[in-house]
Design a protein around this ligand. Structure first.
Ligand SMILES: [Zn+2]
Ligand SMILES: [Zn+2]
Length: 638
């Protein structure tokens, strides 16, 4: 019998009879490895662990604890769910596709007669558990496309037929488990018994192939983990995320709303939300001024001709809103760059004037499809903490370092950890090799300077320059895009920006677009969820509420309130004739940091008794001392 030579990841080589499966090799290494094996990589190619080895190759056993293994596990669970649905609903439901996604998978079904509801999830999960317990082998089959089309046509699976018809291949692969068969590239788990822990989470509509002119499908979302413990932990995280959902808390805390009458994706800030936003904006203005930025402001509308010069009209028109006044076309700005360049060009610039750092809390509008809008995190109108740095090529290094230091300072204040990524030159790009090299080096040097690890996305940059992305990690360990630092070689060209160098000649400045928090709307959405609505004292729109115990202290409580408000505290009063416990509960629901309780004793002594929202009581103090106490706690942010 002929033999094949196998090279394992640790470099060892072994001989096996041709036709040995990857699983048998795993078993030969250790029983434990065989138990955990869910797939194999043969010469880098993912394949079923039951695949036979017929040639010399490099072999890696893929286990559940790897990202690839987990994806195969989740995708196999999608097949299991489709099998359960087909077993329960038969020809009333047609299968389409079911990929793995983060933390789980989905499967899209088509049905004219059946509408899935969350009440059915238990029954589907029970059927899945039954099919998993049966430990059905999952077998790969290959057949000609004609036979496969015939097979799915007989089963009434029109979507599978369409998928195969669009494939260029002469043969296609199918995976069969029990009497369920699905068109699939694979690989898959060896059997359904590997699947241990899953849960259906939601149902939503989705167009076939994402095309709104095609059929509306029903997408069942589910989560899946290798064991029950991990699933449980994940479900707890989901539950916590639901409790912290900024759309829910935004309503409960009366921060903002959306109005279909006003327009989808357009935020309406209520008094407390508007105040929260103002506090953040004031903070941003102070921090930018401290770092040598100039505050500028441009108009919301700029003439369409200018958007043609900038290239936005050609490349970004579908995302923009346009209007016409007295025969003149205008575009509502989707970005803030243009006014900043007009300011730059308003006078002759010398190298001695640089760097210039123009900062604007710039409100922009970008058309997003209604399907992707989501609370504050995906909107059509938002405000960026946007700045454009114009500098000499020599200054670029220092400027990028300064921005990353800025990011570090700000993220530290909010208690966010973050991750860094750099995206480098793509295949199609403008700008000289020298430009790209200098800019990429500046970004790399600044990244190295942080001492933090960073990821390199090779070739993933915009065609007009490399960039750094900063993703913050919130309290639930979710990632959110915040800061970006983008070098730009095109706008300085298109707008013919220049400065007079030490040599008396004209030179092109380097341009950097950068945001720190990104969209203020999204950042507030993230903050609400990060703090679960318990804002730190310095950004709380209401820092304290004055509460009297009985009507007897109403006049004194009013006087305290007036004093605190005049001292600049963000304070409210609750002098209603209600039980103290009731008022405290209400203040708790509003997550107000301090309740200032006033009874007879406080009135006599001219003090207040502060009670923190955690329940902790502070010693009674005079109103003036409470002002000092608050100032002290907030002073690091001013
Ligand atoms: Zn599959
Ligand atoms: Zn810009």
């Amino acid at each position: 019998m002929s033999r094949v030579h196998i090279e394992l990841p640790d470099g060892t080589r072994r001989d096996f009879p041709a036709g040995t499966t990857a699983l048998e090799v795993a078993r030969d290494i250790s029983e434990r490895l065989a138990r955990q094996a869910v797939a194999a990589r043969i010469d880098g190619q993912l394949t079923d662990v039951t695949a036979a080895l017929n040639r010399d190759c490099r072999l890696e056993i893929v286990t559940l604890d790897s990202p690839a293994g987990l994806e195969i596990y989740r995708h196999s669970t999608a097949h299991l769910m489709a099998q359960a649905v087909k077993t329960l609903f038969g020809r009333d439901v047609q299968v389409t596709i079911g990929p793995a996604i983060e933390n789980g998978f989905y499967y899209d079904f088509y049905s004219e007669t059946h509408k899935f509801t969350p009440e059915e999830f238990d029954a589907i999960e029970a059927k899945m558990a039954e099919l998993a317990a049966a430990d059905l082998p999952i077998r790969r089959e290959e057949m000609t496309r004609e036979s496969a089309i015939e097979l799915f046509r007989e089963q009434g699976e029109a979507y599978k037929v369409e998928l195969i018809e669009d494939l260029p291949n002469q043969t296609v692969s199918l995976y069969r488990q029990g009497d369920f068969v699905d068109l699939c590239r694979g690989p898959h788990l060896p059997s359904t018994g590997f699947i241990k822990a899953f849960k259906l989470t939601s149902v939503a509509g989705a167009y076939w192939r994402g095309d709104e002119n095609r059929a509306m499908l029903q997408r069942l979302y589910a989560t899946a983990f290798p064991d029950r413990k991990e699933l449980k932990a994940h479900l707890q995280r989901l539950e916590e995320a639901r409790k912290r959902d900024h759309r829910k808390l935004g309503r409960e805390l009366d921060l903002f709303s959306f109005s279909e009458e006003a327009g989808a994706g357009l935020v309406i800030w209520h008094p407390k939300g508007a105040l929260l936003r103002t506090i953040l904006e004031d903070f941003e203005r102070r921090e930018h001024l401290k770092r040598g930025y100039d505050i500028v402001m441009g108009p919301q509308l700029l003439r369409t001709d200018l958007w043609k010069t900038s290239g936005h009209y050609d490349n970004y028109r579908e995302n923009m809103y346009f209007t016409e006044v007295e025969g003149q076309g205008y575009g509502i700005k989707p970005m803030n760059c243009l006014s900043h360049m007009i300011i730059y060009k308003s006078q002759i610039r010398s190298y001695r004037d640089l760097p210039l750092r123009f900062f604007e809390l710039g409100t922009v509008h970008r058309h997003e499809k209604s399907g992707v809008l989501h609370g504050l995190t995906r909107v059509r109108g938002f405000t960026q903490d946007d700045a454009h740095i114009l500098c000499t090529p020599d200054q670029l290094d220092g400027e990028i370092k300064g921005v990353l230091q800025f990011v570090r300072d700000v993220m530290g204040i909010f208690g966010f950890a973050y991750e860094l990524e750099i995206s480098t030159r793509p295949a199609k790009s403008i700008g000289s090799d020298q430009d790209w090299e200098r800019a990429t080096n500046a970004l790399m040097n600044a990244l190295k300077d942080t001492g933090l690890p960073f990821e390199v996305n090779e070739g993933d940059g915009a065609f007009y320059g490399p960039k750094i992305d900063v993703k913050l990690k919130d309290a639930l360990d979710r990632r959110w895009q915040c800061a970006t630092i983008q070098c730009d070689f095109t706008l300085p060209e298109r707008f013919d920006l220049s400065f007079v160098g030490a040599d008396g000649e004209k030179h092109r400045p380097v341009m950097v677009h950068r945001v720190i928090l990104g969209s203020i709307e999204r950042f507030i959405g993230v903050l609400i969820e990060h703090y679960a609505g318990n804002f730190p004292l310095w950004i709380s729109p209401v820092q304290a509420v004055v509460v009297n115990v009985t009507d007897n202290q109403a006049a004194y409580a009013q006087q305290v309130f007036n004093e605190l408000r005049a001292a600049g505290l963000r304070v409210r009063q609750d002098l209603r004739n209600e039980k103290l416990g009731f008022k405290i509960r209400e203040a708790q629901v509003e997550k107000i940091p301090y309740m200032l309780v006033i009874g007879d004793k406080e009135m006599e002594q001219g003090t207040v008794a502060p009670r923190h929202r955690s329940g902790k009581m502070l010693d009674a103090m005079s109103p003036a001392d409470f002002v000092r106490f608050v100032d002290d706690e907030c002073k690091n942010y001013h």
